[in-house]
Design a binder for this molecule. Structure first.
Ligand SMILES: NC(=O)c1ccc[n+]([C@@H]2O[C@H](COP(=O)([O-])OP(=O)(O)OC[C@H]3O[C@@H](n4cnc5c(N)ncnc54)[C@H](O)[C@@H]3O)[C@@H](O)[C@H]2O)c1
Length: 322
């Protein structure tokens, strides 16, 4: 069997390709990675576990040839190839839609034609947009960014088509992920703040964010989520919130201060509509056995440990002329 991971050199993909061979259902199988290196993470291909057959195709989910080659003999697809980063998606709307909607549906259609058995789609809690109360998977979605819109549209279309075809398809709406992988992203909040604190740089928090909560999940637990989505018989046709905790900045800064007690934190006015509060309910997925284990404090500690050789160098505050 061949297992295809698209976006397999990205932040989550680089960890998933290392974890899959340890899952009983995928032991001994070939792991094929398709990534166009939009994020240039060739480094993710270093030091892969020995004794596993890996294949790497530098190619694009929007291109016929790439997808055709990538899908040869594939039984299971993990779809992680997207233009990520919700705030930045306002500046690259077309590319975001072209990749996250058109490209992912292209991959899905070709996967169906190629006869894959299982398709696991990585969705996001950014599909919800502004909400009140704690939302379940059945809540109305009003995504507040081109990123969230493209992900929701792709998720919905795939779900409908998979149901019509009887295909085994599952979507994971991940909370914002934190923690170390070899293909690190530092443009998400917990990872970014830990990196800045490690350098001795100040953290700036939006005033509303101190109290408003958002859903988070560690990278370790995201891997557990993929395992359940791919192997649990009751995951078929379902969409799941894969979250550990809904946390506000008080919790996140508290976790960072446990490691970097002298970090400077300032508060600034909230500038944009992307600073929204939403809390997400994870009980449906817990019903399938999902048990997140790594909380924010532990995630920050482990990530901070990677910076242990860096001596914090406080940067002077900018002058008014700067
Ligand atoms: N990291 C998070 O906090 C988070 C939260 C919720 C959902 N997700 C979802 O998880 C998945 C993985 O995200 P990530 O955090 O690893 O992001 P990432 O940006 O690190 O990884 C995405 C990968 O996709 C590749 N890619 C982009 N366009 C492509 C294309 N046209 N063809 C082939 N490859 C392409 C990129 O080069 C990159 O390696 C995405 O679907 C994302 O929407 C991530």
């Amino acid at each position: 069997m061949v297992v295809l991971v698209t976006g397999g050199t990205g932040y989550l993909g680089s960890q998933l390709i290392r974890v899959l061979p340890k899952i009983a259902a995928f032991k001994g199988e070939t792991i094929r990675v398709l990534d166009n290196e939009f994020r240039e993470r060739y480094v993710s291909l270093w030091d892969l576990p020995k004794g596993v057959r890996y294949e790497f195709l530098e190619g694009d989910i929007r291109q016929e040839d790439s997808v055709k080659h990538a899908l040869a003999d594939v039984e299971v697809v993990f779809s992680l190839s997207d233009i990520t980063n919700a705030p930045v998606s306002f500046e690259r709307k077309e590319l975001t839609w072209d990749t996250n909607h058109k490209g992912v549906l292209h991959l899905f259609d070709r996967a169906v034609r190629a006869g894959v058995r299982k398709f696991v789609y990585t969705s996001t809690c950014s599909v919800y947009g502004p909400t009140s109360g704690v939302v379940t998977e059945d809540a109305e979605c009003k995504p507040a960014s081109p990123y969230g819109e493209s992900k929701l549209a792709a998720e919905r279309e795939m779900r409908t088509r998979a149901a019509e075809l009887g295909l085994d398809w599952t979507a994971l709406r991940l909370g914002t992920v934190f923690g170390w992988t070899i293909g690190m992203r530092f443009d998400t909040i917990i990872n970014r703040f830990t990196y800045l604190a490690a350098q001795g740089r100040p953290l700036t928090v939006y005033d509303t964010a101190w109290k408003e909560k958002r859903p988070y999940v560690s990278v370790t637990d995201a891997m557990q989520a993929y395992r359940i989505a791919a192997t649990h018989p009751k995951a078929k046709g379902q969409v799941f919130n894969a979250v550990h905790e809904n946390a506000n900045m008080e919790t996140i800064i508290g976790a960072i201060k446990q490691v970097y007690p002298h970090v400077q934190v300032t508060t600034t006015a909230t500038p944009s509509l992307n600073q929204l509060s939403y809390e997400v309910d994870g009980s449906r997925f817990r019903g399938l056995g999902f048990r997140p284990k790594v909380g924010i404090a532990e995630g920050v500690r482990k990530l901070a440990d990677k910076f242990h050789c860096i001596e914090p160098v406080p940067i002077p505050a900018p002058t008014l002329e700067a």
